[in-house]
Ligand binder design. Structure first.
Ligand code: F6P
Length: 328
């Protein structure tokens, strides 16, 4: 039988994402609801090693539901990758009486949690938090929906200036390994072409498509490029390439960058974070460990952490076809 959980540590690690604070609040309040103590761990695994902790109560997490970023801060810890670092982290947790962990983050965060669990049999539960949405076992990661809305709003603004000057814009959006943001925002903002890591569109097809749209009477265009796309040229090289091959276009580049990770979480992310926090704490209380909480078909479900890390989150292929049709 699993031992009773008395004190849960919660941390955020990897790239921050809107909704992380709402998830911290949810973990703390679910703990309070069940008379479990909750401890916030600052700066991810780095703070865990150093014992940088703070008690979280139902009251001192007030005002977090609508706050972007993460009040617990985030860091990428090199030391936690070593057995010595993990030993220090284990000692710090046990000295504080923490007997289970909720880790909010992406792949790297979950890999750390898995290793830690294997070495110390420490109960862990993951909550997926990254704007990239590149985690297997959930249709939505925390922050993804907010990022989509931020990006669409930005591209709408770029469109105003693009059409005023009859220009072609390459807009680079985040997504190191996944095209979820690019694909959805491309369709949502009416992009001419969308370049994603999952599909190599090819330079010839890009030119062909831009020529076709010019011919059809379009005076300005937006091409959305995921930062990890595989066309073989970065967004600035793409600009040069298109300008060299299509003198009829005046081209500009806009790299949206880290603004995509900031801002007030959308209602969707706040609700998702609240649901995921409840499930994470209650699953630990039931003796479950080594799982990630996810959203599938509007149900909050558990996926083994190992599967979440190894599995691939596929982009919706239907969207690629929809985008093609929309640019007719
Ligand atoms: O959070 C994920 C992500 O936004 C990726 O899309 C991007 O490549 C990366 O983080 C940037 O990370 P950093 O903040 O370390 O530059």
């Amino acid at each position: 039988m699993s031992k009773t959980i008395k004190k849960i540590g919660v941390m955020t690690s990897g790239g921050d994402a809107p909704g992380m604070n709402a998830a911290i609040r949810s973990v703390a309040r679910t703990c309070a609801f069940h008379n479990i103590e909750c401890v916030g761990i600052y700066r991810g695994y780095e703070g865990m090693i150093e014992g940088d902790f703070k008690e979280l109560t139902a009251r001192n997490v007030k005002g977090l539901i609508n706050k972007g970023g993460t009040v617990l801060k985030s860091a990428r810890s090199k030391e936690f990758r070593t057995p010595e670092g993990r030993k220090k982290a284990y000692n710090a947790l046990t000295a504080k009486g923490i007997d289970a962990l909720v880790t909010i983050g992406g792949d790297g965060t979950f890999n750390g949690a898995l290793i830690f669990n294997q070495e110390y049999d420490f109960p862990v539960m993951g909550i997926p938090g990254t704007i990239d949405n590149d985690i297997f076992g959930t249709s939505h990661t925390l922050g993804y929906d907010t990022a989509l809305n931020t990006v669409v709003e930005c591209i709408d603004k770029i469109r105003d200036t693009a059409s005023s000057h009859n220009r072609l814009f390459f807009v680079e959006v985040m997504g190191r390994d996944a095209g979820h943001i690019a694909l959805n925002c491309g369709i949502g903002a009416g992009a001419e072409e969308i370049l994603i890591p999952e599909e190599d569109l090819g330079l010839d097809r890009l030119l062909e498509s831009l020529r076709r749209s010019k011919k059809s009477g379009k005076s300005s265009s937006i091409v959305v490029v995921a930062e990890g796309d595989k066309i073989g040229k970065n967004v600035f090289e793409l600009k040069d390439y298109v300008e060299e091959n299509m003198t009829e276009y005046e081209v500009r580049v806009s790299v949206l960058g880290h603004m995509q990770r900031g801002g007030t979480p959308s209602c969707f992310d706040r609700v998702l974070a609240s649901r995921m926090g409840v499930k994470a704490v209650e699953s630990l209380m039931e003796g479950q460990s080594n799982y990630m909480v996810g959203l599938l078909n509007d149900k909050i479900v558990l996926t083994p952490l190992e599967k979440a890390v190894k599995g691939k989150s596929e982009v919706n292929k239907e969207l690629i076809r929809v985008s093609d049709i929309m640019t007719t």
